[in-house]
Design a protein around this ligand. Structure first.
Ligand code: ADP
Length: 736
């Protein structure tokens, strides 16, 4: 657990729980904490017997896990969730508050934003709720704080130091990382550990991330600090070793192993605060002899003025120069030095000038490497005359090295203007890479290649150019194909972008349409209720028509939204354990049964005894059933509809939705799942205009689950839609 919001919730909880507050206040503070930290629109804690959440509580008691629905819709599993959807909420999470294995209450959280509750956040809140349950159930203070201490260690076990500080500046609690990094003991004072007192610390509260220097093990390190109030009396601190400094530390470690360089850290007045330990082997000073000394005191008397002048000329960001350091034995040592500014001081790197000899040595091995390389490496002077080339000149171009040295480089190109151009680029400090060239061999034949050109300065500051050339044979043909492929790919991509744009547009528009429609619907219901004045029968009839039409429009918009979301692959399934028996009493299915009854039709729901629970998105399953059963009711005038669910094999179940309606002929059956397809426009009209999207959405949703749908039908007798669903979907499908 490293995220600040989660930690903050725990700290709020800790301070809340360690106070003597009454249970009711605690509950209020707890919900306030959650809504503030997670930006949730509504938080309520409901007792285990609360009528309005009974279904949910029963469900959670069964699973013992939080229940999350990040896309509230009219197809939601529980009736309380449908009513939240009506009120404009889009995400819902309920987590249990448990004690002794029993649910004592639940926390209900609601947000108007879709997909609000990430798994991580829900888990953190669930943990917090468990702790909370534990706290409010403990009677004695002592028992309670012992439990809290255990909890702290379990929760704050990440790698960064974290602590809780009281307003008297005592560290009330620190995690293991803090204890180890700062060698802390219980109840330490904050100023002894971090070197700042409580008032100074308070200034960081709520400021986001700031930087402070802290002395650790004799070195001053910078830390990123985040401070937040935790409840009324505690401050929460999270510290993180600054990357820059960690890097310096790493550099320090590698320098310490060498015997030609040292690093010395100073404060802003160049007084030494730390140094690499090899100062002892190189200069004779132990680190503790250096601390507090001014850096200039290490420089040979006669060089001191010059050294200070360089240091204080803060004209460039990085200052460098040469000087002589005094060793304890009195011998001067020639050094190159580099100074880097840091927030609270300087780091000075001294490199023994003798080390330059090593560099010379390195050059020889570089030469070996170049000679054996398969690339042709050529060096020219500023005028373009060859001053060096490697052995590849012979293998690639059949020139001997002595053929080329002193000649113009243009000689080896079919089109000399290319090298002029690349050298021009290199001169204006760009880096021409992989330009195509045709090279002339000694016998006049041509070798295709690519080259990179760079400008360098030799030790005297003269300009020289290095050109590295790779031979190409088949590459060019490959490139031609590649170009073609790229062109095709780009066309494909353009088409996809267009289509994405279109889906996004439809999605946005549909979303926008929903808000005014909700108002039309809501207000016409209000008027219809008569609370704003009695209506006569005609008026009532008109307003009912407005409400009905608004409802139907809403359904259509929802379908368009779903279709565009599916097209843009934006539908995410929220997979859960689903018992197929529980849909029978689902509000959406119940209202379909009523609609069927109004037409004199029956609606039966049969689940075989051996059908196991499956893993699926329950809300999407309801949507699938509502579509299929809704169609059946629409196209059936006598008889009834049966839903029969049975185990089709060890891996899947099958749901048959069977009606005794008008049936569908073979040709239509084949086209049915295409978008916007309607069999007989005239027929559809009488029951309200459809969009022809229902079945294509249904099929997509089933496919997302890893299932399939098929039809059997006989014109005049009826249709059966068969949906198969895997009992456990394969992993890949689950992540969609
Ligand atoms: P819509 O949203 O317009 O109802 P659907 O994709 O759900 O579109 O259905 C497309 C067409 O398939 C319907 O217009 C209807 O002609 C036909 N259809 C669907 N279900 C049935 C059924 N159970 N019996 C007869 N025809 C059906």
């Amino acid at each position: 657990m490293s995220d600040l919001p989660h930690n903050k919730l725990f700290f709020n909880l800790l301070s809340l729980a360690s106070g003597p507050a009454a249970k009711d206040n605690m509950i209020n503070d707890f919900s306030a904490s959650i809504s503030q930290i997670y930006g949730v629109d509504k938080v309520e804690i409901k007792e285990a017997d609360d009528e309005s959440a009974l279904e949910i509580i029963r469900h959670i008691s069964g699973t013992r896990k939080p229940y999350v629905d990040n896309n509230l819709s009219e197809y939601s599993l529980f009736s309380s969730l449908i009513s939240y959807n009506d009120k404009g909420y889009r995400s819902y999470a309920a987590v249990p508050i448990m004690n002794d294995g029993k649910i004592i209450s639940i926390v209900e959280m609601l947000s108007k934003t879709e997909n609000k509750f990430t798994e991580e956040a829900t888990e953190a809140i669930a943990n917090a709720a468990t702790l909370f349950g534990l706290v409010i159930s403990y009677k004695s203070e002592r028992q309670r704080s012992a439990k809290l201490a255990e909890y702290f260690d379990a929760v704050f076990n990440d790698n960064n130091p974290q602590m809780l500080v009281t307003f008297s500046g005592v560290i009330a609690k620190a995690n293991k990382a803090a204890m180890n990094e700062f060698h802390m003991f219980q109840n330490a004072k904050i100023d002894e550990i971090l070197g700042i007192n409580y008032e100074q610390l308070a200034q960081y509260v709520g400021r986001g991330q700031s930087t402070i220097p802290i002395r650790v093990d004799g070195s001053t390190l910078t830390y990123a600090i985040i401070a937040e109030k935790a409840g009324n009396s505690l401050t929460y601190l999270s510290l993180k070793n600054n990357t820059e400094i960690s890097l310096l530390k790493a550099a320090k470690e590698s320098i310490e192993k060498s015997d030609y360089a040292v690093i010395v850290f100073t404060d802003l007045n160049y007084n030494i605060s730390a140094a690499t330990s090899n100062c002892e082997t190189m200069l004779g000073y132990r680190e503790d002899m250096l601390i507090g000394k001014n850096i200039a005191d290490l420089v040979q008397e006669k060089k001191r003025k010059e050294f200070e002048m360089v240091l204080f000329s803060k004209s460039t960001q990085q200052i460098k120069g040469r000087t002589e350091l005094t060793s304890l034995t009195g011998y001067p040592i020639n050094m190159r030095f580099y100074v880097s500014g840091m927030p609270q001081g300087f780091a000075l790197l001294f490199v023994n000038s003798d080390a330059e000899k090593y560099v010379e040595g390195l050059k020889d091995s570089l030469q070996d490497f170049l000679n054996n390389a398969s690339e042709l490496v050529i060096k020219t002077d500023e005028a373009g005359r060859i001053t060096y080339c490697n052995m590849a000149a012979e293998s690639m171009l059949r020139f001997s090295i002595s053929d080329l040295i002193g000649k113009e480089i243009k000689l080896i190109y079919k089109d000399p203007s290319i090298i002029d151009r690349d050298i021009g680029y290199a001169r204006s400090s760009s880096k021409p890479d992989n330009t195509y060239v045709d090279l002339l061999k000694k016998d006049g034949t041509i070798v295709p290649g690519t080259q990179s050109t760079r400008l360098f300065r030799d030790s005297d500051g003269n300009i020289e150019f290095v050109i590295v050339i790779k031979e190409l044979l088949t590459k060019r043909i490959m490139e031609m194909y590649e170009q073609d492929l790229l062109k095709n790919a780009k066309e494909m991509k353009d088409m996809k972008n267009m289509s994405d744009l279109k889906s996004q547009f439809i999605y946005n528009i549909s979303h926008e349409l929903k808000t005014p429609l909700t108002n039309i619907n809501g207000f016409s219901k209000l008027l219809y209720s008569g609370d704003f004045g009695e209506l006569n029968e005609d008026q009532k009839q008109y307003i009912k028509t407005i409400a009905d039409e608004a409802n139907r429009l809403m359904l259509i918009i929802q379908q368009v939204l779903d279709a565009s979301k599916l097209e843009a692959s934006k539908v995410k399934l929220d997979m859960k354990e689903v018992d197929m028996n529980m849909f029978k009493d689902n509000p959406s299915i119940v209202s379909l049964r009523e609609a069927a009854a109004e037409k004199g039709l029956t609606l039966d729901w049969k689940v075989d005894y051996n059908v196991p629970a499956i893993t699926a998105d329950p809300n999407r399953l309801i949507q699938i059933f509502v579509n299929l059963i809704g169609n059946s009711i629409k196209f059936t005038s006598k008889g009834g509809i049966t839903v029969h669910i049975f185990k089709a094999s060890n891996r899947k179940i099958q749901c048959d939705v069977k009606d005794t309606g008008i049936g569908i002929n073979e040709e239509d059956r084949r086209k049915l799942f295409k978008k916007f397809y309607q069999v007989q426009k005239g027929l559809v009209k009488q029951d309200g205009a459809g969009t022809g999207l229902g079945l294509s959405i249904t099929k997509e949703l089933i496919r997302l689950h890893g299932g399939d749908i098929s039809i059997k039908s006989e014109v005049g007798k009826g249709s059966t839609f068969s949906v198969t669903l895997p009992i456990k979907p394969r992993r890949k499908k689950r992540q969609q």
